[in-house]
Design a protein around this ligand. Sequence first.
Ligand SMILES: [Fe+2]
Length: 566
Amino acid sequence: MKRMNPSVKKSSGIENQFNRFAFGVATLPKSMAATSDDIVNLLRHRRIIASSQIVDSLRMHSDPAKLLDMGAKIDFHKGFLTQEIFSQLNELYLNNSQDSNLSSTPKLTTSEPANDLGRVIAPITAPEPLDIEFRNNLPDWDVNDYSCHAVDAPTDITVHYDITGKSTTEGKMNDITACFSDRLNKIREMIVKNSKLPRRPTEVARLLREVHRYQGYENKAVAIGLVNEPRYTKNGHLMWSLEDETGEMNCLLTKRQGDDRDRFQEQIIEAGLMPDDVIGVSGTFSQNGDIFYVDDLHFPMKERHQKASSPFGVSVAFLSDIHVGSKTFLEAQWHKMVRWFHSDPLAKTIKYLILSGDCVDGVGIYPGQDKELAIPDLFGQYSEFARLLELLPDWVECIMLPGNHDAVRPAEPQPTFEKDIQQDYNTTTFVGNPCDFSLHGVRLLSYHGKSIDDFVAGLKTVTYADPVEAMRQMLRRRHLAPQWGGKTPLSPEPEDGLVINEVPDIFVTGHVHGHACLDFKGTTLVCSSTWQDQTSYQRMLGFQPKPCMLTIVNLQSHATTAIPFV
Ligand SMILES: [Fe+2]
């Protein structure tokens, strides 16, 4: 099932990059122009972070290492190399060069006054990304809701579920059966616990043997099983068959009129059911016993969830679908965010940054993708993303999981990135997709969100314009990707890793390039924003993404805000 792309690995620039790192830029002859990677490595080596414009300026400089040495004169040894500091270093470098020239050419001093020597060269100033006023300058967040600086709290990450290193499936029939059996057992327990069943559930085979006991309004039967072939009749009623370990029965939920109407059932009929959902039904059999008339449906969701709170008032921020390597990656907006991180008081409270997959655009993900790539090499894309993350302040801990564009197996649950990708990143925790984890006791469920494609196709009420509805439906079903054989490839692990075992305090997805942050029955739902502009494919579909929004949730107050960088 492991489907890494070995051909891409061979073309990787990793080995080259490490050779360059070993020799170091400082040893390059001055006549040899440095590459961006050289400069990035030089900066990393000195623990300096800089925007891509500064990196470009250094690349064009005749002696970038010597220029950085000038930092000793203004007490700049490491940290964020701003344009202002760069200009100062450049000025010192030029003055220093003039002094050196003077001392090495004493003959000239005899014929001309020292002050007239040399030329005054203007410092190189790289164009900065256009600065648009931050809307968050408005007082749209209360300092009391974001009470603790990230540096004042210890790091506290506890992972509860991550498939990495634990995948045991061979993809055989008995694995698939074990996976569905585990799903059914777990969600059945949740339905019994959380839903108001009129009586204990009975096995389907037993109900079919005793249909005569469950006819008429008095004796309702209850069964819990997996949904097969949900479909509509020509009269708009909803039909499906319900299957458990013992058998299968045909179910019918009728569209009712007048006083018989029930809002919850209307919503189910309007939305439909997903294949392989686990649901409970209560109702009675038809006279000949071949149809089970459903009076009520029972889902495993709790009425209300009580959130946990962190003892530290630090915050967590959310991003997804950065798509570095694509021509439509919004780099200038990224640098704008980096400057915000280094200057805004709210940013000082952000201790964790959750990156919910598709941080790079990948290679060979869809036909013709190569024409839309600015960085055609997969490892080059990951290295560039590592460089972009290093521009963020030291106090931000990143937690990164894969998505469907990443270099891991596509079947979910997905294990995390291979070590040769991870080694470019300094302060990042790598986890699989999905990942159930806690930050200071606050439970988070992060899932890239590929199955939203199946929810859009399967449920009439879910659209790409409102992806949060898919998240509500996942929580309602306590399952992230119920449909087998749909658009989401699934790995049949003996323990179904896509069951939502614990209701999260914060549930985050990405994938669809939308943005939303709202409460649903006590859980904060975050649809993470993208950092990619509208693609040609999205333009063809008429889909307008909502890029460059940083969602922030405080782990103590659970206050939320979103900062736009568009
Ligand atoms: Fe995606």
